[in-house]
Write a protein that binds this ligand. Structure first.
Ligand code: AR6
Length: 179
């Protein structure tokens, strides 16, 4: 079961949770996507499995219309049958090929896009730390840095959702030190 584990107050609320992001109640959930929005593995696959194929179809249409999503950028689709209103597909960097600046950008653009959509709450996974190979500690540090410098307009709550104990304890350690 999902349960709230730790809250940080930065003027807006940051919750660290351990669990499955597809089950989180938030206005949007962020997906760790690739540039082609081809949701074949990891959290992307879990989102389509639970939210339905409409998310993949909308993603395919997005890429046909706009071309591939650049690394460090985001694209938005509906959320199918998920509880969220939108999925914000963030394309993170591949470890060794693209740098931390792109991870910073993918996270920051996700927050900005949520605000453009008029949303109050957003759930974020540990982008780039699965198939794309980034160390959990690096992702935690980059996410802390984005959140620390972020000045929200209407966004009230960011829920960072970690899939396992190792990921959770790494984020807790880094966020406690840096937030
Ligand atoms: N809820 C929360 N976190 C999850 C879940 C879940 N249901 N499932 C996995 N994670 P990854 P990437 C964690 O591989 O590294 C896909 O094929 C996982 O443990 O999903 O950015 C895309 O289509 C890890 O810590 O994303 C791209 O091709 C984190 O989510 C590529 O993978 C991210 O792992 C993107 O790779």
């Amino acid at each position: 079961e999902d349960y709230l584990v730790k809250t940080f107050n930065l003027g807006f609320e940051v919750d660290l949770m351990k669990g499955d992001i597809t089950k989180i109640e938030a206005d949007a959930i962020v997906n760790a996507a690739n540039s082609y929005l081809s949701h074949g593995g990891g959290v992307a696959w879990a989102i389509v499995r639970r939210g339905g194929e409409a998310i993949q179809r909308e993603s395919d249409q997005y890429v046909r219309e706009h071309g591939p999503v650049p690394v460090g950028e985001v694209a938005v689709t509906g959320a199918g049958s998920l509880r969220a209103k939108y999925v914000i597909h963030a394309v993170g960097p591949r470890y060794g090929l693209e740098g931390e600046d792109k991870l910073h950008s993918a996270i920051r653009r996700s927050l900005e896009k949520a605000e453009e959509l008029g949303l109050r709450s957003l759930a974020l996974p540990a982008i780039s730390t699965g198939i794309y190979g980034y160390p959990m500690e690096v992702c935690a540090r980059v996410m802390a840095s984005v959140l620390r410098s972020y000045k929200p307009k209407i966004l009230e709550k960011v829920i960072v959702v970690l899939y396992d104990d190792m990921a959770y304890s790494t984020f807790e350690k880094v966020f406690t030190r840096e937030l």
